[in-house]
Design a protein around this ligand. Structure first.
Ligand SMILES: [Zn+2]
Length: 305
């Protein structure tokens, strides 16, 4: 399928239709799960969803998949889409193993770019996540057996603008701590596709994976994200959707932040507050998954002045 023939069809990507997730326990990516979501933007759906943005001179891959074998699968798809034999760039939404531990599968000469904060977090914490996943399943252990923590070829502070040629540019952005300290969000232009990592999900509760990751810090990140006005949002572990995903995530985070502050003022213990909040979100957000870490949200929120 060539980019020019593709009709942009968001409906085909909504949950329950063509974008159904693969079985939760299968962490091997499949080239057959490739979809074109905009003229220059592609997704391999899986664990996690992988982004590929193709210009006339260069191609950017967003996230590696878990381990070298997945990295090889992703790199092969990216090279197949790169009809001019162009340069390959790789970036990662955050340091967790399914996002960053497959760079060994990319060909020599691939240029790896990520936020400085994420690189430091990867070097400090990355092995822990590789060990964690390896302990969880035989498949993950096998996939991660030769995973190594690597240096990026280029790091940036807040934003890196990449010109892929043919009028295709990509903004790589770091706005602060949300799911992790080094979360990166990636906006493709002119496609208007936002690869949102774990920062904006589709009806999935948040997971706060650093001490600096609080409802307040996540909300501050969402203020930046809201200003981007993407046409399509591609989260890493849930189905794509339109800009309403950003609005929905921001609203949910504002709710958590304000309720945690109110429960703290009301004198509830952290355990009581977590129970209260869990009951409230199940009432307020029916059909959402993953509100299983609200004790973390409360602990982080209570620790804030
Ligand atoms: Zn993650």
């Amino acid at each position: 399928m060539r980019p020019s023939k593709f009709g942009f069809c968001l409906l085909a990507l909504l949950p329950g239709t063509a974008f159904a997730q693969q079985p939760a326990n299968d962490h091997l990516l499949s080239p057959g799960n490739l979809s074109q979501v905009a003229p220059h933007s592609w997704v391999i759906r899986g664990f996690p969803n992988i982004g590929i943005v193709v210009g006339s001179k260069a191609t950017l891959v967003i996230d590696t998949g878990m381990g070298t074998k997945n990295g090889q699968i992703v790199a092969a798809v990216a090279q197949r889409l790169s009809t001019n034999g162009q340069k390959l760039y790789l970036t990662t939404t955050h340091y967790h193993a399914e996002h960053a531990a497959g760079d060994g599968g990319f060909p020599p000469g691939t240029v790896v770019i990520r936020p400085q904060v994420q690189q430091a977090e990867l070097e400090a914490e990355g092995q822990k996540l590789i060990d964690f996943f390896s302990s969880r399943s035989p498949q993950d252990r096998e996939l991660l057996a030769d995973a190594r923590i690597r240096k990026a070829d280029a790091v940036f502070d807040r934003e890196y603008r990449l010109d892929l040629g043919g009028g295709v540019t990509v903004r790589l952005m770091w706005f602060g701590a949300a799911h992790t300290k080094g979360d990166e969000l990636i906006l493709t232009e002119p496609d208007g596709v936002l690869f949102s990592g774990d920062v904006v999900q589709n009806k999935a509760g948040p997971y706060f994976y650093c001490d600096e990751c609080t409802p307040k810090s996540w909300l501050a990140v969402m203020d930046h994200v809201a200003a981007l006005h993407p046409r399509l949002v591609v989260p890493d572990h849930s189905a794509p959707g339109d800009e309403s995903l950003v609005t929905q995530e921001r609203e949910m985070m504002a709710f958590l932040q304000s309720r945690i502050a109110a429960l703290k003022t009301a004198g509830q213990t952290p355990a009581q507050a977590a129970d209260t909040l869990t009951a409230e979100v199940h009432e307020k957000y029916p059909g959402w998954t993953g509100f299983t870490h609200l004790d973390q949200a409360v602990a982080r929120g209570y620790a804030e002045p």
